[in-house]
Design a protein around this ligand. Structure first.
Ligand code: FAD
Length: 317
């Protein structure tokens, strides 16, 4: 059996949960087994995960799960896997999944592949594909342990509907007391989170300083897009770290990615090169980003971005 941990945000499932269940269902089909989903805490519409291929959904609710604690979540998922007899455990490679994948592997004495980006191959064994060396090479990692733990890189596969809503069953697992205490949670309001954004406008060091971010924000506002940035921009504090895209940041797959003043280093490309259309604005015609671009504008971003914003506003008026 394949067990997928489907994480909810504020009790609701987003595209990322649908993606990881789709991945679990395809993995289960390749193995000739069933895929079940596990949800933790108070959630709504859990049975809806059946639409993406879960044959059943299990919910584990307990006061210890009210806020995220790595050791409690590990105990919950590992305990559920043991109880249900699931040998393949799949979760998303987001901040929660990155925290849990190694812990789960250690707890279950499992081989693990963090950051998988393709459906496992079951031809003569079990191997999982992932990008290595910042997306420059691909590794097929074979796992031959009894338990297998995989975390799926976000936006690696398209979400697919393959079923209908299913029943939700409660399970219980002995949980340890939480070791961490959440003091405050701050949520960004009103913008689509980067991993789910269809339109992204991103700025790099070419912006020169945080006081110039307005040209990026104005274009994003005109388009209804989410903003992102290169890593140095977050490192120096011009923008918050959750906006940094790339190998060490968020991986995105929007319909449109507009990058201004970003050189296109491989570490940056590793997180954005699955975008459907890439538009690069850079004053250096030799900038490596142009090789990955669908449309390239060799120009000063401070000249182009305001004109683009005005043109979009005029088009929408
Ligand atoms: P720069 O490389 O300085 O490029 C700025 C660009 O702006 C230049 O191409 C310049 O021509 C252009 N420019 C300047 N002025 C203008 C103007 N007025 N108009 C138009 N264009 C202009 N980086 C990431 O982004 N994401 C990651 O996840 C990431 N992970 C990393 C992991 C490791 C292990 C390492 C070693 C590095 C990582 N990096 C990452 C850093 C990466 O290697 C690059 O250093 C970084 O992406 C460069 O950021 P940048 O393009 O904003 O800056």
């Amino acid at each position: 059996m394949v067990l997928v941990f489907a994480e909810a945000t504020n009790g609701k499932f987003k595209k990322a949960a649908h993606e990881v269940v789709t991945y679990g269902a395809k993995t289960a089909a390749a193995l000739g087994t069933e895929c079940v989903a596990l949800t933790l805490g108070d959630v709504t519409d859990a049975g809806d995960l059946g639409r993406f291929g879960a044959s059943k959904v299990y919910n584990l609710s307990a006061p210890e799960l009210a806020t995220f604690d790595g050791s409690v979540y590990t105990a919950a998922i590992a305990g559920a896997a043991r109880q249900l007899g699931a040998k393949v455990i799949i979760l998303l490679h987001n901040s929660t999944g990155k925290n849990l994948v190694g812990r789960l592997a250690a707890r279950l004495d499992a081989g693990s592949v963090p950051g998988a980006n393709a459906i496992p191959s079951t031809d003569g064994g079990f191997s999982v594909r992932k990008s290595v060396f910042s997306g420059k090479a691909i590794a097929d990692v074979s796992i031959n342990t009894d338990y297998k733990v995989i975390s799926l890189s976000g936006n690696s596969i398209p979400v697919e509907e393959s079923g209908s809503a299913v029943s939700v069953e409660s399970i219980s697992v002995d949980l340890p007391a939480a070791k961490t205490k959440v003091l405050e949670t701050k949520r960004a309001e009103g913008i689509t989170p980067l991993p789910e954004a269809e339109l992204v406008v991103s700025g790099g060091r070419g912006l020169k300083g945080p006081e110039n971010w307005g040209v990026i924000q104005d274009l994003a506002d005109a388009l209804g897009a989410t903003t992102a940035c290169s890593r140095p921009v977050a490192d120096v504090g011009w923008r918050p770290h959750h906006e940094h895209v790339g190998q060490t940041g968020v991986a995105i797959r929007p319909n449109l990615y507009i990058a201004a003043g970003i050189s296109g280093a491989i570490q940056h490309l590793a997180g954005v090169n699955s975008s459907k259309t890439i538009v690069v604005i850079n004053k250096d015609p030799e900038a490596p980003f142009f090789k990955a671009a669908d449309y390239g504008v060799v120009a000063d971003l401070f000249d182009v971005l305001p004109r683009l914003t005005e043109a979009i506003k005029a088009h929408k008026a």
